[in-house]
Design a protein around this ligand. Structure first.
Ligand code: AKB
Length: 313
């Protein structure tokens, strides 16, 4: 049975990952940490500690005291926030990553951290983007993510830390809203569809980006961490995706459930520029072949579930 410490446990992925890990490995085996404390189920439902990922000593102490054998480092600033505060993003995204890798090296922990489609740039092939390809991102977030992928490879090669990771696309969920991402429109649209019956998209028509429903993303993390590494040719940056769509397609999917739904556009130049620099669709063959990556939800299945779950909230 794993003993897992998770950073960024109150964030968009963390808050659902904690629930999934506690169901899978037992509540007492998952230590949730975040820079703030709230009365969320993450804090109430099992061990929780306040932890700033910039505090290397406290991170090491918390992991050691808990007897953790696995580190899942989720704390990070997303793309739009990182673009607004690039120096903070470098310090937090890279500093937190290095501290968590160091704790993993010292305590011999297995390690997971997500990379992103943001690790690609305008010179990357845009369609069916290969696993191994040109990566020259033009955003601070992308620079952080490519550096992170390389650093994780380095910790495996140099120190033997069992580092693993995926390049997540935009993640869509009804539990914790994302903050400061470029793909957030694809979450927001469901809330507004139910609240107002309409949505104003900050991403322009015909802008394709990869996406995935949160339950599939969580399962991918567990599957990758449980996978036999004998088949690995890669480790830290597996492309994973479940769908690629542009705003009109998600609107059409919502219209199948809410026929009166309407959408217009007020494009945000900053987030549009970021989106334009990312792939239209990525190729997940390596993840499928090397550890059996799979997913359950396509766009319409996700839309039905999102709307149903949001109505119950
Ligand atoms: C973002 O939009 O910044 C994230 C991501 C794709 O990494 N959702």
């Amino acid at each position: 049975m794993k003993k897992i410490i998770v950073t960024g446990a109150l964030g968009q992925i963390g808050s659902e990952l904690i629930v999934k890990l506690r169901e899978t490995y037992g509540a007492e085996n998952v230590l949730a940490t975040d820079i703030r404390q709230t009365d969320s189920p993450v804090v109430q439902g099992g061990p929780f500690e306040v932890l700033d990922v910039m505090d290397a000593e406290k991170m090491f102490d918390s992991a050691k005291r808990f007897g953790a054998d696995t580190m899942m480092h989720m704390a990070a600033l997303l793309s739009a926030t990182a673009e607004a505060k690039p120096q903070l993003a470098w310090n937090l995204n890279m500093g937190g990553l290095l501290n968590s890798l160091e704790a993993s090296r010292e305590l011999n922990m297995q390690y997971f951290t997500p990379s992103s489609i943001g690790a690609f740039g305008p010179s990357t092939p845009k369609k069916n983007t290969p696993q191994d390809t040109l990566q020259r991102p033009t955003t601070m977030y992308g620079v952080n993510k490519v550096s992170g992928e390389l650093l994780c490879d380095y910790y495996f090669d140099r120190f033997g830390v069992d580092t693993r990771g995926v390049r997540f696309p935009g993640l869509i969920s009804y539990v914790t809203p994302p903050g400061g991402g470029t793909t957030d429109y694809a979450v927001d649209i469901y809330y507004k569809a139910l609240e107002k019956g309409s949505y104003t998209s900050y991403i322009a028509e015909r802008t394709y980006m990869d996406m995935m429903y949160m339950p599939d993303a969580l399962q991918a993390i567990v599957d990758l961490m449980e996978a036999d590494p004998a088949k690995f040719k890669h480790r830290n940056a597996f492309n994973v995706t479940a769908m690629s769509f542009e705003p009109e397609q998600i609107a059409a999917s919502i219209r199948k459930e809410i026929p009166t739904f309407t959408m217009d556009y007020d494009v945000d130049p900053v987030r549009q520029k970021i989106a334009n620099s990312w792939p239209d669709s990525i190729d997940a063959t390596a993840a499928k072949e090397e550890w059996g990556f799979t997913y359950k939800y396509d766009l319409d299945a996700m839309t039905r579930d999102m709307l149903e779950k949001l109505k119950q909230k």
